[in-house]
Design a protein around this ligand. Structure first.
Ligand SMILES: [Zn+2]
Length: 311
């Protein structure tokens, strides 16, 4: 028998009235513990205005942060066939479905073409929310097609990596994508067309071991985790304590593994400046501001020939 008995009915929650504070309206910054208004954060490209902590950015938001205006997406419908019928704690095809429900994407990358500061370019952005941004057959194929498009149109390509590495549910097939994408990039390099790699937090495993490190310019976001094997695995293997800041962008740039660390709010300007230096020109208009508002009649124009700077 209970010692205490509730004599009155508990106050019923009013089910009709929605909460005055919708979920996700405020967010606590892991960098400085400030409570931030989500809308402000989105407007600031998901960078904390107080301490410049870089929150993870989705693939579509990433494209929005780089392109001048609308973009054309390629190969949207490509999806994995689950070639190994793989099951771990749950079947791979269910993970694909969950990824689709969470992101609206069929796989972990969006490849699109549009204009950056007036320069016609291909941009690929990886989506971490889709199975950890892992690189499977579809990611490899979409990136390769994107690179081949860049080659055919003689347009530069920017790949923004945000990935846990190869997709183990596709076994060796996912590992083969490293060679496939790298080979396509080699052809692009031989043609003298620029490739800029942007490494966002995290960029690890097979992605770091292939295309993320193959840029003519490798640019990381501040404090991004970049590495091949996990720090714990390395410590256990070499039986040594790793130095502080190991595998962070700032550590890597000190050891010559990166070219630049750029704040996300400056990323677009930096990329445009680099592309201009490598010989890319704005399409149709001399002024990139004009190019952004250019009429549809210029849609078919191609950028000028690449100068020797890009070789
Ligand atoms: Zn902060």
């Amino acid at each position: 028998m209970a010692w205490f008995k509730r004599t009155r009915k508990p106050i019923a929650a009013d089910a009709e009235k929605p909460s005055r504070v919708p979920e996700g309206l405020w967010i606590k910054c892991p960098g400085c513990a400030q409570i931030l208004y989500n809308k402000d954060l989105v407007q600031n490209l998901s960078v904390c205005p107080k301490c410049a902590h870089h929150f993870r950015l989705g693939a579509a938001d990433r494209l929005r942060s780089l392109f001048d205006d609308a973009w054309t997406e390629y190969d949207r419908g490509l999806t994995s066939t689950d070639p190994l019928r793989f099951t771990d704690t749950k079947p791979y095809h269910e993970r694909l479905k969950a990824g689709f429900a969470a992101t609206g994407l069929r796989d972990a990358v969006i490849v699109a073409s549009g204009r950056l500061g007036g320069i016609e370019a291909i941009v690929a952005a990886m989506e971490f929310a889709f199975i950890g941004g892992s690189m499977g057959v579809v990611v490899g194929e979409k990136l390769t097609r994107g690179i081949e498009r860049a080659l055919a149109a003689r347009q530069p390509i920017v790949i923004v990596s945000c990935s846990g590495g190869a997709r183990m549910m596709e076994g060796a097939l996912s590992l083969m994508q490293m060679a496939k994408v790298s080979a396509a990039l080699a052809r692009l390099g031989r043609a003298g067309i620029p490739y800029i790699s942007v490494l966002a937090d995290p960029t690890t495993g097979g992605v770091t071991a292939s295309y993320a490190m193959l840029g003519d310019l490798n640019i990381a976001e501040p404090l991004a985790l970049i590495g091949f094997a996990g720090a714990r695995v390395i410590e256990q293997t070499i039986r040594q304590k790793l130095p502080p800041g190991f595998q962070r962008a700032e550590f890597l740039i000190e050891h010559g593994m990166l070219d630049l660390i750029v704040d996300r709010r400056e990323m677009k300007n930096t990329i445009v400046q680099a592309l201009r230096f490598m010989g890319s020109r704005s399409a149709g208009a001399a002024d990139p501001v004009q190019a952004a508002g250019a009429s549809a009649g210029q849609a078919g124009s191609v950028p000028g020939p690449q100068s020797d700077l890009s070789r």
